[in-house]
Design a binder for this molecule. Structure first.
Ligand SMILES: [Zn+2]
Length: 404
Protein backbone atom coordinates (compact mmCIF):
# COMPACT_ATOMS: atom_id res chain seq x y z
CA UNK A 1 0.00 0.00 0.00
CA UNK A 2 1.35 3.40 -1.01
CA UNK A 3 -0.43 5.74 1.28
CA UNK A 4 1.31 4.92 4.53
CA UNK A 5 0.95 8.49 5.82
CA UNK A 6 -2.80 8.20 5.55
CA UNK A 7 -2.81 4.99 7.57
CA UNK A 8 -0.63 6.63 10.18
CA UNK A 9 -3.11 9.48 10.45
CA UNK A 10 -6.08 7.14 10.65
CA UNK A 11 -4.49 5.10 13.42
CA UNK A 12 -3.19 8.04 15.42
CA UNK A 13 0.22 6.44 15.78
CA UNK A 14 2.76 8.83 17.33
CA UNK A 15 6.59 8.83 17.36
CA UNK A 16 8.74 6.88 17.96
CA UNK A 17 6.14 4.62 16.33
CA UNK A 18 5.30 4.80 12.66
CA UNK A 19 3.55 2.69 10.05
CA UNK A 20 6.14 0.80 8.02
CA UNK A 21 3.99 -1.24 5.69
CA UNK A 22 0.40 -1.88 4.69
CA UNK A 23 -0.52 -5.05 2.80
CA UNK A 24 -3.91 -5.47 1.20
CA UNK A 25 -5.09 -8.95 0.28
CA UNK A 26 -8.21 -8.37 -1.87
CA UNK A 27 -9.09 -12.09 -2.05
CA UNK A 28 -8.98 -12.53 1.71
CA UNK A 29 -10.49 -9.05 2.24
CA UNK A 30 -7.74 -8.39 4.68
CA UNK A 31 -5.51 -5.43 5.49
CA UNK A 32 -2.32 -5.97 7.47
CA UNK A 33 -0.72 -2.85 8.91
CA UNK A 34 2.79 -3.03 10.29
CA UNK A 35 3.95 -0.59 12.90
CA UNK A 36 7.47 -0.24 14.25
CA UNK A 37 9.45 2.07 16.48
CA UNK A 38 12.60 3.96 15.52
CA UNK A 39 15.70 1.83 16.16
CA UNK A 40 17.51 2.86 19.31
CA UNK A 41 14.36 4.36 20.90
CA UNK A 42 14.14 4.36 24.65
CA UNK A 43 10.92 3.96 26.58
CA UNK A 44 9.62 4.70 30.06
CA UNK A 45 9.39 1.77 32.49
CA UNK A 46 5.73 0.69 32.67
CA UNK A 47 6.09 -0.18 36.37
CA UNK A 48 7.90 2.80 37.96
CA UNK A 49 7.81 5.35 35.16
CA UNK A 50 11.60 5.78 34.95
CA UNK A 51 12.37 7.43 31.60
CA UNK A 52 14.81 6.35 28.90
CA UNK A 53 15.02 2.63 29.60
CA UNK A 54 16.83 0.69 26.86
CA UNK A 55 15.07 -2.03 24.90
CA UNK A 56 15.87 -5.53 26.10
CA UNK A 57 13.99 -7.51 23.43
CA UNK A 58 10.65 -7.39 21.61
CA UNK A 59 7.48 -9.41 21.42
CA UNK A 60 5.65 -9.77 18.06
CA UNK A 61 1.98 -8.93 18.63
CA UNK A 62 -1.13 -8.73 16.44
CA UNK A 63 -4.33 -6.81 17.16
CA UNK A 64 -7.64 -6.85 15.38
CA UNK A 65 -8.58 -3.30 14.38
CA UNK A 66 -11.67 -1.60 12.95
CA UNK A 67 -12.51 -2.76 9.46
CA UNK A 68 -11.26 -0.60 6.62
CA UNK A 69 -14.40 -0.71 4.49
CA UNK A 70 -14.89 -4.37 3.61
CA UNK A 71 -11.41 -5.39 4.81
CA UNK A 72 -10.72 -6.88 8.21
CA UNK A 73 -7.75 -4.93 9.51
CA UNK A 74 -4.92 -6.19 11.69
CA UNK A 75 -2.13 -4.27 13.34
CA UNK A 76 1.27 -5.87 13.80
CA UNK A 77 4.09 -4.58 15.93
CA UNK A 78 7.04 -5.80 17.94
CA UNK A 79 6.36 -4.54 21.44
CA UNK A 80 9.56 -3.75 23.33
CA UNK A 81 10.42 -5.07 26.74
CA UNK A 82 12.60 -2.54 28.49
CA UNK A 83 15.33 -3.04 31.02
CA UNK A 84 14.71 -0.82 34.07
CA UNK A 85 17.49 -0.54 36.65
CA UNK A 86 14.90 -0.69 39.46
CA UNK A 87 12.25 -3.11 38.10
CA UNK A 88 14.10 -5.42 35.72
CA UNK A 89 12.69 -6.41 32.33
CA UNK A 90 9.14 -5.11 31.67
CA UNK A 91 6.90 -5.09 28.59
CA UNK A 92 5.76 -1.57 27.74
CA UNK A 93 2.14 -0.60 27.22
CA UNK A 94 1.24 0.61 23.72
CA UNK A 95 -1.12 3.52 23.21
CA UNK A 96 -3.48 1.73 20.79
CA UNK A 97 -4.35 -1.35 22.88
CA UNK A 98 -4.53 -2.38 26.51
CA UNK A 99 -2.11 -5.02 27.77
CA UNK A 100 -3.10 -8.58 26.97
CA UNK A 101 -5.89 -7.71 24.56
CA UNK A 102 -5.90 -8.98 20.99
CA UNK A 103 -8.01 -5.97 19.91
CA UNK A 104 -7.12 -2.31 19.52
CA UNK A 105 -8.88 0.18 21.81
CA UNK A 106 -10.93 1.49 18.90
CA UNK A 107 -12.08 -2.02 18.04
CA UNK A 108 -13.01 -2.60 21.68
CA UNK A 109 -14.89 0.69 21.74
CA UNK A 110 -16.85 -0.50 18.71
CA UNK A 111 -17.59 -3.85 20.42
CA UNK A 112 -18.78 -2.14 23.60
CA UNK A 113 -21.06 0.14 21.61
CA UNK A 114 -22.48 -2.83 19.70
CA UNK A 115 -23.15 -5.05 22.73
CA UNK A 116 -25.36 -2.44 24.37
CA UNK A 117 -27.56 -2.55 21.28
CA UNK A 118 -27.66 -6.23 20.31
CA UNK A 119 -26.99 -9.72 21.71
CA UNK A 120 -23.35 -10.70 22.09
CA UNK A 121 -23.66 -13.70 19.77
CA UNK A 122 -25.07 -11.43 17.06
CA UNK A 123 -22.10 -9.08 17.50
CA UNK A 124 -19.77 -12.09 17.34
CA UNK A 125 -21.29 -13.14 14.03
CA UNK A 126 -21.13 -9.62 12.60
CA UNK A 127 -17.46 -9.06 13.36
CA UNK A 128 -16.40 -12.66 12.80
CA UNK A 129 -14.98 -13.34 16.26
CA UNK A 130 -15.80 -16.07 18.78
CA UNK A 131 -18.19 -14.77 21.42
CA UNK A 132 -15.91 -15.82 24.31
CA UNK A 133 -13.39 -13.21 23.12
CA UNK A 134 -16.12 -10.58 23.15
CA UNK A 135 -17.32 -11.59 26.61
CA UNK A 136 -13.74 -11.21 27.84
CA UNK A 137 -13.73 -7.61 26.58
CA UNK A 138 -17.13 -6.91 28.17
CA UNK A 139 -16.07 -8.30 31.53
CA UNK A 140 -12.88 -6.29 31.47
CA UNK A 141 -14.65 -2.97 30.92
CA UNK A 142 -17.59 -3.71 33.18
CA UNK A 143 -15.34 -4.87 36.04
CA UNK A 144 -13.04 -1.88 35.63
CA UNK A 145 -15.88 0.63 35.46
CA UNK A 146 -17.59 -1.00 38.45
CA UNK A 147 -14.29 -0.79 40.34
CA UNK A 148 -14.26 2.96 39.77
CA UNK A 149 -17.92 3.49 40.67
CA UNK A 150 -18.45 6.14 43.29
CA UNK A 151 -21.25 5.31 45.74
CA UNK A 152 -20.54 8.08 48.25
CA UNK A 153 -23.81 9.90 47.57
CA UNK A 154 -26.12 6.89 47.72
CA UNK A 155 -28.95 7.33 50.21
CA UNK A 156 -32.09 5.69 48.80
CA UNK A 157 -32.09 2.24 47.25
CA UNK A 158 -34.54 -0.36 46.00
CA UNK A 159 -34.06 -4.12 45.75
CA UNK A 160 -35.79 -6.67 43.58
CA UNK A 161 -34.98 -10.08 42.21
CA UNK A 162 -35.12 -11.11 38.57
CA UNK A 163 -35.03 -14.56 36.97
CA UNK A 164 -31.48 -15.41 35.97
CA UNK A 165 -31.36 -18.59 33.97
CA UNK A 166 -33.87 -21.32 33.35
CA UNK A 167 -35.23 -22.93 36.48
CA UNK A 168 -35.20 -21.16 39.77
CA UNK A 169 -32.01 -19.14 39.55
CA UNK A 170 -32.28 -15.49 40.50
CA UNK A 171 -30.15 -12.43 40.70
CA UNK A 172 -30.97 -9.52 42.98
CA UNK A 173 -30.65 -6.01 41.61
CA UNK A 174 -30.03 -2.97 43.73
CA UNK A 175 -30.94 0.38 42.27
CA UNK A 176 -29.78 3.81 43.39
CA UNK A 177 -33.17 5.54 43.25
CA UNK A 178 -31.83 9.10 42.92
CA UNK A 179 -29.29 8.31 40.19
CA UNK A 180 -31.65 5.84 38.45
CA UNK A 181 -28.88 3.29 37.95
CA UNK A 182 -28.22 -0.30 38.95
CA UNK A 183 -25.56 -0.14 41.62
CA UNK A 184 -25.17 -3.81 42.22
CA UNK A 185 -26.31 -7.17 40.82
CA UNK A 186 -25.63 -10.38 42.71
CA UNK A 187 -26.74 -14.02 42.46
CA UNK A 188 -29.56 -15.20 44.73
CA UNK A 189 -32.52 -13.57 46.45
CA UNK A 190 -31.76 -14.18 50.11
CA UNK A 191 -30.85 -11.92 53.01
CA UNK A 192 -27.18 -12.42 52.12
CA UNK A 193 -27.67 -10.45 48.87
CA UNK A 194 -28.30 -7.35 51.00
CA UNK A 195 -25.23 -8.10 53.12
CA UNK A 196 -23.19 -8.39 49.91
CA UNK A 197 -24.61 -5.06 48.72
CA UNK A 198 -23.64 -3.35 52.00
CA UNK A 199 -20.06 -4.66 51.60
CA UNK A 200 -19.90 -3.53 47.99
CA UNK A 201 -21.26 -0.10 48.93
CA UNK A 202 -18.55 0.35 51.57
CA UNK A 203 -15.89 -0.65 49.01
CA UNK A 204 -17.03 2.16 46.73
CA UNK A 205 -16.98 5.02 49.19
CA UNK A 206 -20.57 4.53 50.34
CA UNK A 207 -21.79 3.95 53.87
CA UNK A 208 -24.46 1.36 54.79
CA UNK A 209 -25.37 3.60 57.76
CA UNK A 210 -26.08 6.46 55.36
CA UNK A 211 -28.84 4.56 53.57
CA UNK A 212 -32.00 6.20 54.88
CA UNK A 213 -34.71 4.75 52.63
CA UNK A 214 -35.16 1.30 51.16
CA UNK A 215 -37.91 -0.04 48.92
CA UNK A 216 -38.47 -3.82 48.85
CA UNK A 217 -41.26 -6.32 48.47
CA UNK A 218 -42.46 -8.18 51.58
CA UNK A 219 -40.06 -11.09 51.23
CA UNK A 220 -38.88 -12.09 54.73
CA UNK A 221 -35.33 -12.52 53.37
CA UNK A 222 -35.14 -8.90 52.17
CA UNK A 223 -36.72 -7.64 55.42
CA UNK A 224 -34.14 -9.53 57.45
CA UNK A 225 -31.27 -8.48 55.17
CA UNK A 226 -32.19 -4.80 55.45
CA UNK A 227 -32.62 -4.95 59.24
CA UNK A 228 -29.22 -6.56 59.67
CA UNK A 229 -27.18 -4.62 57.13
CA UNK A 230 -28.80 -1.23 56.58
CA UNK A 231 -29.67 -0.31 60.17
CA UNK A 232 -30.66 3.32 59.53
CA UNK A 233 -32.97 2.59 56.60
CA UNK A 234 -36.72 3.10 56.82
CA UNK A 235 -38.47 0.39 54.82
CA UNK A 236 -41.14 1.14 52.25
CA UNK A 237 -42.95 -1.89 50.89
CA UNK A 238 -43.39 -1.52 47.19
CA UNK A 239 -47.03 -0.62 46.54
CA UNK A 240 -47.41 -2.83 43.48
CA UNK A 241 -46.32 -5.84 45.53
CA UNK A 242 -48.75 -4.87 48.32
CA UNK A 243 -51.65 -4.63 45.85
CA UNK A 244 -50.54 -7.92 44.30
CA UNK A 245 -51.00 -9.75 47.61
CA UNK A 246 -54.68 -8.74 47.71
CA UNK A 247 -55.01 -9.35 43.96
CA UNK A 248 -53.64 -12.89 44.34
CA UNK A 249 -56.22 -13.51 47.08
CA UNK A 250 -59.02 -12.47 44.69
CA UNK A 251 -57.69 -14.91 42.11
CA UNK A 252 -57.65 -17.69 44.69
CA UNK A 253 -61.28 -16.95 45.60
CA UNK A 254 -62.28 -16.98 41.93
CA UNK A 255 -60.55 -20.30 41.27
CA UNK A 256 -62.28 -21.98 44.21
CA UNK A 257 -65.68 -20.49 43.43
CA UNK A 258 -65.74 -21.32 39.74
CA UNK A 259 -65.83 -25.02 40.65
CA UNK A 260 -69.45 -24.48 41.67
CA UNK A 261 -70.23 -21.32 39.67
CA UNK A 262 -69.58 -22.14 36.03
CA UNK A 263 -70.49 -18.53 35.13
CA UNK A 264 -67.04 -17.55 36.41
CA UNK A 265 -65.15 -19.57 33.81
CA UNK A 266 -63.11 -17.35 31.55
CA UNK A 267 -63.43 -14.31 33.78
CA UNK A 268 -59.97 -14.45 35.34
CA UNK A 269 -58.60 -11.32 33.67
CA UNK A 270 -61.64 -9.26 34.56
CA UNK A 271 -60.88 -9.58 38.28
CA UNK A 272 -57.19 -8.90 37.80
CA UNK A 273 -57.89 -5.52 36.21
CA UNK A 274 -59.33 -2.24 37.36
CA UNK A 275 -62.80 -1.34 36.01
CA UNK A 276 -61.28 1.43 33.87
CA UNK A 277 -58.96 -1.09 32.21
CA UNK A 278 -61.69 -3.48 31.05
CA UNK A 279 -62.51 -4.00 27.40
CA UNK A 280 -66.12 -3.45 26.28
CA UNK A 281 -66.59 -7.19 26.08
CA UNK A 282 -65.24 -7.70 29.61
CA UNK A 283 -67.49 -4.92 30.90
CA UNK A 284 -70.55 -6.59 29.40
CA UNK A 285 -69.56 -9.95 30.87
CA UNK A 286 -69.15 -8.37 34.28
CA UNK A 287 -72.51 -6.58 34.04
CA UNK A 288 -74.24 -9.87 33.20
CA UNK A 289 -72.84 -11.69 36.25
CA UNK A 290 -74.99 -12.00 39.41
CA UNK A 291 -72.19 -10.12 41.25
CA UNK A 292 -74.20 -9.68 44.44
CA UNK A 293 -74.13 -13.40 45.08
CA UNK A 294 -70.53 -14.02 44.14
CA UNK A 295 -67.70 -14.17 46.68
CA UNK A 296 -65.32 -13.30 43.87
CA UNK A 297 -67.13 -10.02 43.25
CA UNK A 298 -67.02 -9.13 46.93
CA UNK A 299 -63.29 -9.99 47.10
CA UNK A 300 -62.79 -7.80 44.02
CA UNK A 301 -64.49 -4.83 45.71
CA UNK A 302 -62.21 -5.30 48.72
CA UNK A 303 -59.18 -5.28 46.45
CA UNK A 304 -60.32 -2.08 44.69
CA UNK A 305 -60.81 -0.52 48.09
CA UNK A 306 -57.30 -1.52 49.10
CA UNK A 307 -55.87 0.26 46.06
CA UNK A 308 -57.70 3.44 47.11
CA UNK A 309 -55.49 3.46 50.19
CA UNK A 310 -52.85 5.08 48.01
CA UNK A 311 -55.21 7.93 47.13
CA UNK A 312 -55.38 9.11 50.74
CA UNK A 313 -54.04 12.64 51.23
CA UNK A 314 -51.93 12.09 54.36
CA UNK A 315 -50.36 9.27 56.31
CA UNK A 316 -52.87 9.89 59.14
CA UNK A 317 -55.79 9.60 56.74
CA UNK A 318 -54.21 6.48 55.24
CA UNK A 319 -53.78 4.88 58.64
CA UNK A 320 -57.43 5.49 59.53
CA UNK A 321 -58.52 4.23 56.09
CA UNK A 322 -56.42 1.06 56.43
CA UNK A 323 -57.97 0.35 59.83
CA UNK A 324 -61.48 0.45 58.33
CA UNK A 325 -60.41 -1.60 55.35
CA UNK A 326 -58.87 -4.22 57.64
CA UNK A 327 -62.11 -4.49 59.62
CA UNK A 328 -64.12 -4.94 56.42
CA UNK A 329 -61.69 -7.49 54.93
CA UNK A 330 -61.39 -9.59 58.10
CA UNK A 331 -65.19 -9.67 58.45
CA UNK A 332 -65.73 -10.76 54.86
CA UNK A 333 -65.86 -14.47 55.77
CA UNK A 334 -63.65 -15.07 52.70
CA UNK A 335 -60.55 -16.93 53.89
CA UNK A 336 -57.98 -15.87 51.26
CA UNK A 337 -59.03 -12.21 51.77
CA UNK A 338 -58.73 -12.54 55.54
CA UNK A 339 -55.25 -14.03 55.13
CA UNK A 340 -54.19 -11.23 52.75
CA UNK A 341 -55.56 -8.60 55.16
CA UNK A 342 -53.50 -10.09 57.99
CA UNK A 343 -50.36 -9.98 55.81
CA UNK A 344 -51.10 -6.33 55.05
CA UNK A 345 -51.65 -5.58 58.74
CA UNK A 346 -48.35 -7.25 59.69
CA UNK A 347 -46.55 -5.05 57.17
CA UNK A 348 -48.57 -1.93 57.84
CA UNK A 349 -45.63 0.22 58.90
CA UNK A 350 -43.75 -0.29 55.64
CA UNK A 351 -46.91 0.07 53.55
CA UNK A 352 -47.75 3.40 55.19
CA UNK A 353 -44.13 4.53 54.90
CA UNK A 354 -44.92 5.21 51.23
CA UNK A 355 -46.81 8.34 52.34
CA UNK A 356 -43.52 9.73 53.68
CA UNK A 357 -40.99 8.34 51.19
CA UNK A 358 -43.02 8.14 47.97
CA UNK A 359 -40.62 5.52 46.66
CA UNK A 360 -41.66 2.48 44.66
CA UNK A 361 -40.00 -0.16 42.53
CA UNK A 362 -41.34 1.20 39.24
CA UNK A 363 -37.83 2.00 38.03
CA UNK A 364 -36.65 -1.50 38.91
CA UNK A 365 -39.63 -3.05 37.12
CA UNK A 366 -38.60 -1.12 34.02
CA UNK A 367 -34.99 -2.27 34.28
CA UNK A 368 -36.21 -5.80 34.90
CA UNK A 369 -38.16 -5.87 31.68
CA UNK A 370 -35.18 -4.50 29.72
CA UNK A 371 -32.99 -7.23 31.20
CA UNK A 372 -35.53 -9.95 30.49
CA UNK A 373 -35.95 -8.69 26.90
CA UNK A 374 -32.17 -8.75 26.34
CA UNK A 375 -32.04 -12.23 27.87
CA UNK A 376 -34.78 -13.48 25.57
CA UNK A 377 -33.08 -11.99 22.49
CA UNK A 378 -29.79 -13.62 23.50
CA UNK A 379 -31.62 -16.89 24.21
CA UNK A 380 -30.20 -16.87 27.71
CA UNK A 381 -26.67 -16.52 28.98
CA UNK A 382 -24.02 -19.13 29.56
CA UNK A 383 -23.33 -17.93 33.08
CA UNK A 384 -24.85 -15.75 35.76
CA UNK A 385 -21.73 -13.59 35.51
CA UNK A 386 -22.60 -12.84 31.89
CA UNK A 387 -26.11 -11.84 32.90
CA UNK A 388 -24.73 -9.57 35.62
CA UNK A 389 -22.46 -7.88 33.07
CA UNK A 390 -25.43 -7.29 30.77
CA UNK A 391 -27.40 -5.75 33.65
CA UNK A 392 -24.57 -3.29 34.27
CA UNK A 393 -24.30 -2.57 30.54
CA UNK A 394 -28.01 -1.87 30.22
CA UNK A 395 -28.69 -0.05 33.46
CA UNK A 396 -25.42 0.62 35.30
CA UNK A 397 -24.68 4.01 33.72
CA UNK A 398 -21.02 2.99 33.79
CA UNK A 399 -18.22 5.04 32.30
CA UNK A 400 -15.94 2.80 30.26
CA UNK A 401 -13.39 5.51 29.46
CA UNK A 402 -13.13 4.31 25.86
CA UNK A 403 -12.36 6.42 22.78
CA UNK A 404 -15.51 7.61 21.01
ZN1 LIG B 1 10.97 0.56 36.61
Amino acid sequence: MRNINLLQLALGVAPPWSVTRGDVDPAARRLDIHIDFKPGSRFACPACGAADCPTHDTDETTWRHLNFFQHQAYLHARVPRVRCTACGVKKIAVSWARPGSGFTLLFEALLMAMVTAMPVNAVARLVGEHDTRIWRVIHHYVDEARENTDAAEVKRVAFDETAARRGHDYITLCVDIDAARVLYATPGKGADTIAAFADDLAKHGGDPQAITEVCIDMSPAFIKGVAENLPEAAVTFDKFHAVKIVNDAVDKVRRAEQKTQSLLRGTRYIWLRNPSGLTDHQRETLAALPTRHLKTARAYQIRLAFQDLYQQPTIEAAEAYLKKWYFWATHSRIDPIIAAARTVKNHQHGILRWFESHIANGLLEGINSLVQAAKAKARGYRSTRNLQAIVYLIAGKLNFGLPV
